[in-house]
Design a protein around this ligand. Structure first.
Ligand code: NAX
Length: 327
């Protein structure tokens, strides 16, 4: 049998953690052949609740689970980790300014970055889910100088999946007919869901929907979908976020299908005019455990202005954490 892969999940007692852990344990992320060792990280006051989730994980008798441990110490939780899903973050409280939020999360992600640097496996792959996800990934990478920055990514696959679902519904097709959709920029309301290169059943999506619909309905609906879920469900996206985080990792490890790509927020290599180092979402293909930003796409003036607006926001976030001494 294959050796177990150590997977660290932070925020394990939260609602995304609850939706995520059972699916990882069932083999949905790494496949039915790969045993997993689960390392759960929580803050001390939530360790007890995480231990409750462990009771339920054990009660599933998942054959692929090679062990589960709960920690409140990041150094222990990331020891030997090959995959890390950083879900736990400090939510914005009442009256909290953006700088306060960045500072609170800076404290969390700098410590976790150091722990990953010191203890994780050489092939560590990190996805940050906790918001502000792109900038939290930047902070984490900055505190792990011995690990290539490219290993630190942030989640925009949820935005990607939301966009695929909206386009499929509009064109009256199934989601599997939609290819090559892209999310650019920040996981925030400024993100740019881009269908300019997308196809639906092999036909260019731009021939099937109106520009007005793209601009006035599709883009804002995808970008504000998180708020829509909160308004209707009375709680923020949890199972869909967990599913997307799992897909992000599954595709990174197992590869994107021929003729399609995914969206991942990754440290820019300067592609498409996004300043180097900024953690921005791009269309990427994956294979053999690494990813590549899709090269050579034509960018329209409309796309250019949308990408620039979101990247400007990311640069402001980067300047903010730099001013706080967090990177
Ligand atoms: P919850 O509040 O239910 O759970 C968060 C958990 O993280 C809590 O149990 C908390 O104790 C734990 N935590 C806090 N600080 C920690 C630390 N330093 N180490 C370990 N654990 C820590 O939030 P949930 O709904 O699960 O959402 C988690 C994060 O995902 C939030 O930051 C949220 O904004 C973000 N999201 C990101 C999305 C994305 O697409 N990138 C979409 C969904 C979600 O909104």
């Amino acid at each position: 049998a294959a050796a177990p892969v150590t997977v660290t999940v932070t925020g394990a007692a939260g609602q995304i953690g609850y939706a995520l852990l059972f699916r990882i344990a069932s083999g949905a992320m790494l496949g039915p052949e790969v045993p997993v060792k689960l390392n759960l990280l929580e803050v001390p006051q939530a360790v007890h609740a995480a231990e409750g989730t462990v009771l339920e994980l054990l009660d599933c008798a998942f054959e692929l689970v090679a062990g589960i441990d709960v920690y409140d110490n990041p150094a222990h939780a990331f020891d030997g980790a090959s995959l890390a899903l950083l879900v736990g973050a400090k939510p914005r409280g009442p009256g909290m300014e953006r700088a306060d939020l960045l500072a609170a999360n800076g404290g969390i992600f700098s410590v976790q970055g150091r722990a990953i640097n010191d203890g994780a496996a050489d092939d560590i792959k990190v996805v940050v889910v906790g918001n502000p996800a792109n900038t939290n990934a930047l902070i984490t990478a900055a505190h792990a100088p011995d690990i290539p920055a490219s290993r630190f990514t942030a989640l925009t696959r949820l935005d990607h999946d939301r966009a695929v679902a909206q386009l499929a519904a509009r064109t009256g097709t199934g989601v599997s007919a939609v290819r090559k959709l892209a999310i650019w920029g920040n996981h925030s309301a400024t993100q740019y869901p881009d269908i300019s290169h997308a196809t639906v059943d092999g036909r260019p999506a731009t021939e099937l929907v109106e520009q007005d619909w793209i601009r006035d309905e599709f883009i804002p609906r995808v970008a504000k979908r998180g708020a829509e879920v909160i308004a209707v469900r009375g709680g923020s996206s949890a199972a869909s976020a967990a599913n997307a985080a799992l897909e992000h990792m599954r595709l990174w490890v197992q590869g994107t299908p021929e003729g399609d790509w995914t969206s991942m927020a990754v440290p820019s290599d300067g592609s498409y005019g996004v300043p180097e180092g900024v953690v921005s979402s791009f269309p990427v293909t994956t294979s053999g455990g690494s990813y590549k930003i899709v090269p050579g796409l034509e960018i329209s003036d409309f796309s250019r202005s949308r990408i620039d607006a979101s990247v400007t926001e990311l640069q402001e976030e980067r300047d903010g954490v730099r001013a706080l001494g967090l990177i």
